[in-house]
Design a protein around this ligand. Structure first.
Ligand SMILES: [Zn+2]
Length: 118
């Protein structure tokens, strides 16, 4: 077992849970924006319909990224519970605190992130 990095697990967990809640809330709040664009040409002009389809596509992409982040958060929470949080999932070395502060969901150290094949 490695030395325990100077990580406040409770603080990290609180941050991850808060971010997760925010993402879930944003996802719920934007359900309308992802609904298929109405094909009713009488009500919506051609240009505004293209606008609507474009913003719907953007909303779907934004939501997809949110889901990816939620999965990263869940994985980080699992590592916290397992006592593996803060250690690189690839090489096992402690992840720099600054890196974790910047992205609390990161599963790998800076070296492995730069060179995944190493
Ligand atoms: Zn590593």
């Amino acid at each position: 077992m490695n030395d325990t990095p100077e990580i406040d697990a409770a603080d990290a967990k609180a941050r991850l849970l808060a971010r997760r809640q925010e993402l879930v809330h944003l996802t719920e709040a934007s359900v309308e924006a992802r609904r298929p664009v109405e094909l009713d040409q009488a009500r919506v002009g051609r240009l505004s319909r293209m606008d609507a389809m474009q913003s719907q596509a953007m909303s779907i992409e934004t939501d997809r990224r949110r889901q990816v982040e939620v999965r990263r958060i869940d994985a980080a929470l699992t590592r916290l519970d397992d006592g593996e949080y803060g250690f690189c999932a690839s090489c096992g070395e402690a992840i720099a605190l600054k890196r974790l502060e910047f992205d609390p969901t990161t599963p790998v150290c800076i070296d492995c992130a730069r060179d995944p094949g190493a």
